[in-house]
Design a binder for this molecule. Sequence first.
Ligand SMILES: NC(=O)c1ccc[n+]([C@@H]2O[C@H](COP(=O)([O-])OP(=O)(O)OC[C@H]3O[C@@H](n4cnc5c(N)ncnc54)[C@H](OP(=O)(O)O)[C@@H]3O)[C@@H](O)[C@H]2O)c1
Length: 181
Amino acid sequence: MRIGIFGTGGMADALGTHWARAGHEIRVAGRKTGTWREVAAFADVVLLAIPSSAIGEVLAQAGPLTGKVLVDCTNDPALTGTPVASRIVTEAHVVKAFNLAHVDIWRMNPPVFDGRPLSVPLCGDDPAALETVSTLVRDIGARPVRAGGLSRAALLEATAAFAIGLWFAGEDAQAILAPLG
Ligand SMILES: NC(=O)c1ccc[n+]([C@@H]2O[C@H](COP(=O)([O-])OP(=O)(O)OC[C@H]3O[C@@H](n4cnc5c(N)ncnc54)[C@H](OP(=O)(O)O)[C@@H]3O)[C@@H](O)[C@H]2O)c1
């Protein structure tokens, strides 16, 4: 796949490194390169790895993403209650993914815990885009989980906010979601 990454920080590096290793062609755009439009034109899939507050401005500079897959891993620190993905005005097929785990988890190769691969929930409306992002999840050694349509992306963002709050309070978020069986 041809993957364009918007952002040059931790998430761009962690996920981009996996996908380059898996054989995908990667191009990166950032404020210092200013190549949003070129990278958007190159890519079949675009990863948004920038602050949620910058999405509107960056997508305006990138131009149309018609028919492309737009992977939104952002979390809104202001917690406005409205999922970022649903505020994006774009012709792209948006898939919310990769927002739940810390960047250090995304750097693991592979991200496996007690023999269980990390599960990565995906929210999106387009079946082909969901299949594409599922492949990208498997490419990092994790397991994709279909978590419903894009309208449920708000739940993923709220879950991230809740879990991050627990981690910062020193609590074990994983223990709260203990398995039934
Ligand atoms: N870090 C995590 O553990 C984690 C986990 C899951 C999801 N996320 C989400 O992933 C996204 C990226 O996080 P990150 O940890 O990779 O952040 P980061 O390391 O701080 O990198 C942010 C990137 O966004 C760029 N940027 C900042 N403000 C911008 C603006 N106004 N316009 C255009 N570009 C701008 C930065 O460019 P400069 O270098 O020029 O400042 C940098 O390339 C965030 O939305 C975050 O909520 C993060």
